[in-house]
Write a protein that binds this ligand. Sequence first.
Ligand SMILES: *Cc1c(COP(=O)(O)O)cnc(C)c1O
Length: 402
Amino acid sequence: MKKRNMKMETAVIHRGYDSKLHHDSLATPLYQTSTFSFADAEEGESRFAGNSGGNIYSRLGNPTVRVLEERMAEIECGQGALAFGSGMAAVNAILVYLTKAGDHVLCSRGIYGCTFGLLEIMNEKYGITHSLVSMTTEEQIERAILPETACIYVETPINPTMELVNLEAVEAVASRRGIPVVVDNTFSSPYLQNPLRMGADFVLHSATKYLNGHGDVVGGILVGKDAEEMQRLRKTVQKDVGGIMSPFDAWLLIRGLKTLHVRMDRHVSNAKEILAFLQKEPSVKTIFYPFDKAHPQHGIAVKQMREGGGLISFEIEGGKKEAQAFMNALSLVKIAVSLGDAETLIQHPSTMTHSAVPEKERAAMGITDSLLRLSVGLEHTDDLMEDLAQAFEKVKMELQEI
Ligand SMILES: *Cc1c(COP(=O)(O)O)cnc(C)c1O
């Protein structure tokens, strides 16, 4: 089990950066350059041969991006990290790395809509199949393994239903079978959950969300527990597929990441207050929040997560009409996909993030037309609750009129 060298709260601010190497600049400089010049031809030869550590070309590595990668490896308790231009580029990189034509990917019952789309492409083009399975017990996972299963790919909590995957059970089966495990840790952030410490081989993030936290970057991070393997990934699916992160986005992420722990604490405390508010609202039919005692996998949640996070999904009484009327009645809460920003955001998964998932699969994932997903931001909860309360009231009035 890999431990951090320093506390996470310190690592998000300091790890991977030495000001002495950068003219004593306190902030990490932005190396906005595509390429690096060599002193002479021999130095170029030596860098390409890997005999001297210097920079070559920004797709192969950039000093600003490298600070972010080192920092992320540390805070996710890994031995190496790679930054990508989007969360999906990170998902693509690891799936391409771990699979070949004819393989099978065993997935948690719900996965991010575009991850599902990518698996469909891989199925059509390369015959790589996948199955979506509940993973709360070892038996469920064991039963779903096929001879051609090349990796177990899970998200937990699952977007947007907050169903949990039992990481301990996944690890038990995967280690018996020698199958690598990939965890999409976007919803928890490294502050609330560290799958590499629970036996996962790779963790990935849409850095667009909590890691950046300010709604102004699209990016992805892949962290691995084996340094050599991460080097192989860097030289293949990062360098040759090329979905790299730009230095500017890395620079913004380094800035955003410094407050991860402070922001997450507030996201969590705000979410708990909003949860209590929703529990009292008669128009709310069901609530999905990992640390809600009524959550079916509450026991798993408290075992593997430090806190329940900043996302709450709930079903409103009625269907699509009521869900959309509620969203339209909000004013402070913005209607937008994405999550983990300072602004509180609401979205309607069945017509937005998961609209591309066929209806049958959507139903199996538990995504109904009355389901709404709230990403609780950093505003004062009094203002948030006032907005939510007036919107519930407005929906009731409107529907009485019809
Ligand atoms: C947003 C998201 C992704 C995709 O990340 P992008 O940065 O949008 O490419 C993957 N997984 C989860 C859980 C997400 O929320």
